[in-house]
Design a protein around this ligand. Sequence first.
Ligand SMILES: [Zn+2]
Length: 308
Amino acid sequence: MLIDAHCDLLYQLWQHSYDINQSKQLQFDLTKWRNSPVRIQAFAIFVPDDVPEYKQYDVALKMVELFYEKIITPNPDIVQIKTKKDIEDLENHQRGAILTLEGCHPIGRDLNKLKQLLDYGVRIVGLTWNNNNAIADSIDHPHGKGLSSFGYEVIDLLNDEQIWTDVSHLSIKGFYDVISTAHGVMASHSNAFSVCPHRRNLDDQQIAALIKREGWIGVTFVPYFTKPNEPVQINDVMKHIDYFLECGARDHLGFGSDFDGISTTIQNLETVENYVNIIEALDKRYDKSTVKQITGANFIRKFPRLKE
Ligand SMILES: [Zn+2]
């Protein structure tokens, strides 16, 4: 079962009046999804940081509305995934959709706003995007601060509610604060710094820390996180997977494409339909059981939310 932990379709639908069923402008639409091997897709609520602070939470709720109105309600073959059991119960003809949050800035300093988003089904919470917020600083700010006291309250809530804490975009200091407090840690869309030295990627120490804490890492298709210069090809994605495997991440690895969050793409990996090319490359390179772990089994095993 192929699972993808990050895309920005909701953001695109909020920005533009694209047809979710089929649009040339979208890297991920429902037709492309159904033509792809992806069985479960995470959909991020992502509020751009140029939205005025007082409007940010309303925009987040608007994206929740889009998730239900455009993805869940009209499509009987798409079911919302809220628990590990929902994943296990997914039937062959069905696809699963997980609601996630990329950056906690829309909640400001109000834990109730986060609680409401969890009630709507958010199951992966990225603490920051590239902007700093009340919880922590982002990786875009050198010497960025770690978790604030409010940030620790957020982690307590996520732990109580069995929600995955997502460290992609988070400052180094914040990363290690999360490593020492969060029960379920993951990096939804980050590659390996040793293969491509971009600040958004995970360095060796972070990879080791995630493995030690039983975390999960989603290899991403952002071209400039994959290779510093064009052209970027599927083989370059495989180099990150090779490297993560060398680091011992076989039981911690998966995918978080970032489709519709990227304006440039990797060759032959322009849309979600092209995931077949990734599967083909994986099958050529690794044994069956490793492919099974990377494509979905690791994600399912680690998915923290057990309670209904
Ligand atoms: Zn992102």
